[in-house]
Design a protein around this ligand. Structure first.
Ligand SMILES: [Zn+2]
Length: 351
């Protein structure tokens, strides 16, 4: 089985979030062709390699975002032009998944390392992460994990979290012509200005500071009624330096509207650079530097498990028209994961 043909097959099976059934079935059969005994539960597939020793989880996702507009290539044809494999999901993250499967298979095909790998292809990463969130509850607890996302094979050692708040400014409605009432939109505007002045002072070595943006606003019902309510949605990208409650308290101290938490399920995560899994990833790609990633991934569901996010491809090509991964990137990815697995078990076994 070669990486290019497997990836092209996976790209040709559409798998928008929630519709991963067919691609999961193909991953399952590919794992079986490699001599593994995959387990398919719903739209998640996993398989173990190795007999005993520390457990390293290799996870990536089978789902993709919708195709969207402006493609000049067929998003499902997996066409190859100038060494690039085009298609929705080629870069995010079927290239990573393919490279993980073949990298792990190679590592155990000859001279197998002293340890166990769990390969997990999970669903719904792009919408809610329910795939890995459910699977991880049923697996033995991994000693370390790799999340396959396109990072150019550089290990992300920290990842920002997401905290979503809602702020509701209250006013009192009145007929606009009479000039009375209390305008909730104006109150919300003052809250927006107050929040733009909010700054976080703790700087994380890999992630820097949290960021905050008001990303949605709704208020008013008619042109001639002073609005009595205006709702803001605030998107905050968090770091491990702040508990969500701390950030909520800072927002409450600035905003006069009523602050409520819509979501704090996706926390920030980080792994110490000295950990074996980070060192194994760096040794597998000696030119790379560890970095902090502002974007979410299924890593959020691996809290407490030393993890790096790394894989072939470029995250700037994710979710775009004419998404692609190059054959060279894909093949480097297979070799990278094989080396990473070998390095990790060598380091994990060291006294
Ligand atoms: Zn992804």
């Amino acid at each position: 089985m070669n990486a290019v043909s497997l990836l092209r097959e996976l790209v040709r099976i559409p798998s928008e979030s929630g519709r991963e059934e067919s691609v999961a079935a193909r991953v399952e059969s590919a794992l079986r062709e490699l001599g593994l005994s995959p387990v398919k539960e719903g739209r998640n597939v996993h398989a173990f390699l190795g007999e005993s020793g520390p457990l390293l989880l290799l996870n990536s996702h089978t789902d993709t975002v919708p195709v969207g507009e402006d493609w000049t290539k067929d998003p499902w044809a997996a066409e190859i032009v100038d060494g690039k494999i085009y298609g929705r999901g080629s870069n995010d993250a079927k290239g990573c998944l393919t490279a993980m499967i073949l990298g792990a298979a190679r590592a155990f095909a000859r001279n197998p390392p002293q340890g166990r790998v769990c390969l997990a292809a999970t669903c719904e990463e792009e919408i809610n992460g329910k795939g890995l969130e459910e699977l991880i509850k049923r697996l033995p607890r991994p000693d370390a994990a790799i999340v396959g996302e396109p990072t150019g094979l550089a290990p992300a050692v920290a990842q920002k979290g997401l905290l979503i708040l809602e702020i509701t400014a209250a006013g009192r409605s009145a007929h606009a012509a009479w000039g009375g009432g209390v305008n909730a939109i104006e109150a919300a505007a003052r809250d927006i200005a107050a929040l733009s002045a909010l700054s976080f002072d703790k700087t994380h070595p890999a992630l820097g500071r949290p960021t905050l943006a008001v990303t949605q606003i709704s208020g008013g019902t008619r042109h001639n009624v002073i609005p009595d309510r205006c709702k803001l949605v605030v998107d905050i990208r968090t770091t491990p330096d702040y508990a969500p409650e701390e950030i909520v308290a800072q927002v409450k101290a600035r905003a006069r509207g009523e602050v409520s938490v819509r979501s704090q399920r996706l926390g920030s995560v980080a792994t110490d650079v000295s950990h074996a899994v980070v060192q194994a990833a760096l040794a597998a790609n000696p030119g790379a530097k560890p970095y902090g990633s502002p974007t979410l991934s299924d890593w959020v569901f691996l809290k407490g498990i030393p993890t790096v996010k790394a894989g072939p491809g470029d995250s700037r090509r994710s979710h775009t028209p004419d998404e692609y991964v190059t054959i060279a990137e894909l093949e480097a990815g297979v070799a990278f994961y094989e080396r990473l697995i070998r390095n990790y078990f060598a380091l994990a076994a060291a006294p």
